[in-house]
Design a protein around this ligand. Structure first.
Ligand code: NAD
Length: 284
C-alpha cells in the first residue's frame, strides 16, 4: 500500500511555481495577483483564507485579503466584485464559501468575471469543462487528477466510483475521470446498496462529508482510495470520509487526511491564478 503524500507533492509543485516566477516577472513585468474575499468571521473560513494567502506568499505571488462584515448586503458585495473585475491589476478573485444566508452564493459566483474565476465555479468554466474546452478547473478535482498522475495511476479503462455529487467536487471529478477514460459511476445519498457499487471501484473517490463513512467492507482489494472529506472529530482532530485504519490495508494507494487532497486544493488554486494571469496577459 502506498500513501499518496499530497503535502509533499504540493511542496514540489509550489517550488516549481516559485522557480517560474522570475520568468513571469521578466515577461510581464509583475507577478500574478489573487484577491480573496472573506465575509464574516467563520473560524474555518478564516483558516482557509489565511492558508490561501500563505500559499501565494510561498510561491512569490501577490495576494490581498478583503474582509467584509457578516451583515454586508448582497448588493454591496456584488459591487465590490464588479470593481475587482474591472481592476486590471487583479488576476484572480475568490469569494470564500459558505456565505451568510442572506447572500445568494450562485449570484456571487455568477458575478465574478469567468476570466478571474480561480475556483472554476462560474457557469462559463463549468460549461466549458463539460464541453471539453479549455477552462479553469475547480481546484479539488484538479488536485486529485494531479495526484493520480504523479503516482502513475492511469484511470484508462478502470472502474471509478465517486461518492458525492456536489458542484465543487463530485460532479467535476466524475467528468475529469471520464475524460481520462475511466468508466465512472456517481453514487449519492439516494443510491441503493452503496457497498455493492463501491466494491466494484478500482478508483474510489469519497466526497461525502461524513466521518469514516467508507469502511473496509465497501472496498475492493487493491483499490485506489481518494478521500476528499475533511471532518472535525469530537477530540478536535481531523478525519476523512474514509475509515483509514481499516481501509488502508486493502488499498493499493490511499490519500491521508490531513495531508492528502487538502494541500493539493490550495496548490491548484495557485496554479489557477497563474493560469488566469497568463490567459489575460496573452489575450492582449
Ligand atoms: P456536499 O455536502 O455538497 O455533498 C455531499 C455529497 O455526499 C452529496 O452529493 C450527497 O448526495 C452525498 N451523500 C451524503 N450522504 C450520503 C450517503 N449516506 N451515501 C452516499 N452519498 C451521500 O459536500 P462537498 O462540498 O462535496 O464536500 C464533501 C466533503 O469534502 C466535505 O467533508 C468537505 O469538507 C470536503 N471537502 C474537502 C476539500 C479539500 O480540499 N480536501 C474541498 C472541498 C470539500
Amino acid at each position: 500500500m502506498t500513501i499518496i503524500d499530497g503535502k509533499a507533492l504540493s511542496a514540489e509543485l509550489k517550488a516549481q511555481m516559485a522557480a517560474g516566477m522570475p520568468q513571469i516577472i521578466e515577461r510581464y513585468g509583475r507577478v500574478p495577483h489573487l484577491v480573496v474575499i472573506l465575509v464574516g468571521e467563520n473560524p474555518a473560513s478564516q483558516t482557509y483564507v489565511r492558508n490561501k494567502a500563505k500559499g501565494c506568499e510561498t510561491v512569490g505571488m501577490k495576494s490581498t485579503v478583503i474582509t467584509l462584515p457578516e451583515d454586508i448586503t448582497e448588493a454591496d458585495l456584488l459591487q465590490q466584485i464588479e470593481a475587482l473585475n474591472a481592476d486590471d491589476s487583479v488576476d484572480g478573485i475568490l469569494v470564500q464559501l459558505p456565505l451568510p444566508k442572506h447572500i445568494r452564493e450562485q449570484k456571487v459566483i455568477d458575478t465574478i468575471s469567468y476570466e478571474k474565476d480561480v475556483d472554476g465555479f462560474h457557469p462559463m468554466n463549468v460549461a466549458r469543462l463539460w464541453q471539453n474546452k479549455p477552462c479553469i478547473v475547480a481546484c479539488t478535482p484538479k488536485g486529485i487528477m494531479e495526484m493520480l498522475k504523479a503516482y502513475g495511476i492511469v484511470p484508462n479503462g478502470k472502474r471509478a466510483v465517486v461518492i458525492g455529487r456536489s458542484n465543487i467536487v463530485g460532479k467535476p471529478i466524475a467528468k475529469l475521470l471520464l475524460d481520462a477514460n475511466a468508466t465512472v459511476t456517481i453514487a449519492h445519498s439516494r443510491t441503493e446498496d452503496l457497498p455493492s457499487i463501491t466494491r466494484e471501484a478500482d478508483i474510489l473517490v469519497a466526497a461525502i462529508g461524513k466521518p469514516k463513512f467508507v469502511t473496509a467492507d465497501m472496498v475492493k482489494d487493491g483499490a485506489v482510495i481518494i478521500d476528499v472529506g475533511i471532518n472535525r472529530q469530537e477530540d478536535g482532530k481531523l478525519c476523512g470520509d474514509v475509515d483509514y485504519e481499516s481501509v488502508a490495508p486493502k488499498a493499493s494507494f490511499i490519500t491521508p487526511v490531513p495531508g492528502g487532497v487538502g494541500p493539493m486544493t490550495i496548490t491548484m488554486l495557485l496554479q489557477n491564478t497563474i493560469e488566469c494571469f497568463e490567459n489575460r496577459m496573452t489575450a492582449r
